[in-house]
Design a protein around this ligand. Structure first.
Ligand code: SAM
Length: 440
């Protein structure tokens, strides 16, 4: 954004009653950002944005988009706001949001904006398949909105609206909407949305609130606070979301962190329809809050979710252990599966997981070591840095899963299995494994 555009934007903010004396929009390494106009103590309100400046469902309803499609309430909230965004861009200088639209980035480094060539760098990753999935979803939303709204309202959209325009609007929303403002609360909040993310801010709880709620005629305001002390002239940062993985950060915002707790991999497990015990297994999974397939997010340096091992044992049960699937055991089987069932069963869960890890690891075109060397390169392009960071992170988690099951394979002899536990429960085996006889 040019200096003139920033000046216009500031003037627009103050003429509409936004509080902008403490933080100023300014050019920073992350694009635009908020810079402290004086020393600010932690908790200080740095930006207040009245509701009339927001681009949200109410703004859609009041706009000519709303008039053209029955208030817009029938559209998905994000689609409605995306259309408003595109409509206001099409209006140019006539739009009441013109000074805001002029400072919005044309792109971010989100993977949804990457070229084919850039995407090759994340070949084999879960991030690539999520990115393609998201783009397909946006494509299909675009096709229906194009047929039903854009083409039917040529007066509102005189120029052509392409898929790329629509994807831009999606990317803007995805990268700028505060995570808690979901569903029909979805809103672009000009000015507050200039605040950038810092990994150093780890405080829980949000840095903003909605004030006024329209009670007693008070204007509704979005109010942003600084989570830490900031010196005059320094940038104000917040924490976007402590729970997002690097893949999610890359997709939503176009950056990642080097923090290992952001490295994750989602393991999908599924009861195969060709399993001879398919029906019983499904029944047991469902009784325990899971289904035909289950997803487990595995985080680097953290233990596996206990439910995952239990579900794996269920998937692998067969042979002489199949009696546990009988209706008689329906209420207790999950408890049994929380512990090793039999050497065969425990060996198969290790094998299933190790095979899956090996095949997933084989789909990446680089090794962890190669990635780590590449990450040492100076002046890496931001997108390449994201690609290398995410693919290395996924592989590290896969390697960790493989190591866990490798170690388990080596311990199979030392584990205690269902039959022994059962004999102990019945009082037939002493703690040292000796068989106890009754005195006659
Ligand atoms: N910098 C934005 C701009 O120029 O309009 C304002 C913040 S906007 C809510 C979020 C976007 O800012 C992200 O999608 C990313 O492009 C950028 N951003 C925020 N924090 C960042 C960071 N720590 N590193 C790199 N880019 C960041």
């Amino acid at each position: 954004a040019s200096t003139a555009a920033l000046e216009d934007f500031r003037r627009w903010l103050s003429s509409h009653g936004a509080v902008e004396g403490k933080a100023s929009p300014a050019a920073v390494p992350e694009g635009l950002g908020l810079v402290a106009a004086r020393d600010l103590p932690r908790g200080e309100v740095v930006a207040e944005v009245p509701k009339k400046l927001w681009m949200d469902a109410d703004a859609v309803a009041a706009s000519d988009i709303g008039r053209a499609c029955g208030g817009g309430g029938e559209l998905r909230p994000w689609v409605a706001v995306a259309l408003l965004l595109l409509r206001e861009v099409a209006r140019g200088a006539d739009s009441p949001w013109a000074p805001y639209l002029a400072i919005l980035p044309r792109q971010t480094d989100s993977t949804i904006f990457w070229s084919e060539e850039e995407l090759l760098e994340i070949q084999g990753t879960q991030l690539l398949s999520t990115t393609m999935g998201v783009k397909d979803y946006v494509q299909s939303e675009f096709e229906s909105v194009e047929a039903e709204i854009i083409n039917a309202n040529k007066d509102l959209f005189p120029g052509t609206i392409t898929f790329d325009d629509f994807l831009w609007a999606f990317g803007i929303l995805r990268s700028r909407v505060f995570p808690e403002l979901r569903g029909d609360k979805l809103a672009l909040i000009p000015f507050a949305d200039l605040v950038n993310h810092s990994a150093d801010i780890t405080s829980e709880g949000s840095s903003w609130e909605i004030k006024g709620k329209g009670l007693f005629g008070r204007e509704v305001m979005f109010s942003l606070r600084t989570p830490v002390d900031v010196k005059s002239g320094k940038q104000i940062y917040i924490q976007y979301d402590l729970n997002k993985s690097n893949a999610e950060l890359a997709l939503d915002y176009g950056f990642i962190e080097s923090n290992p707790s952001r490295d994750s991999y989602t393991v999908t497990l599924e009861i195969s329809e060709s399993d001879p015990f398919y029906g019983d297994k499904l029944d047991i999974a469902e009784l325990n809050g899971l289904g035909e397939s289950a997803y487990f997010d595995i985080v680097l340096n953290e233990p596996l979710p206990p439910q995952m091992i239990t579900y794996l044992r269920l998937l692998c049960i067969g042979g002489t252990d199949a009696f546990l699937l009988e209706a008689l055991f329906r209420n207790s089987v999950w408890g049994h599966l929380e512990q090793p069932v039999s050497p065969d069963n425990e060996e198969s869960i290790c094998k299933v997981m190790r095979d899956a890890c090996k095949s997933a690891l084989g789909a990446y075109h680089t090794t962890i070591q190669e990635d780590e060397e590449l990450l040492e390169t100076e002046n890496l392009q931001p997108r390449l840095k994201i690609a290398i960071g995410v693919r290395a992170g996924e592989k590290k988690v896969l390697q960790q899963i493989d190591d866990i099951f490798k170690q388990r394979e080596e311990e199979l002899d030392g584990l205690e299995y269902y039959q022994e536990r059962r004999l102990k429960d019945l009082g037939l085996v002493g703690d040292n494994g000796e068989i106890i006889f009754w005195e006659t």
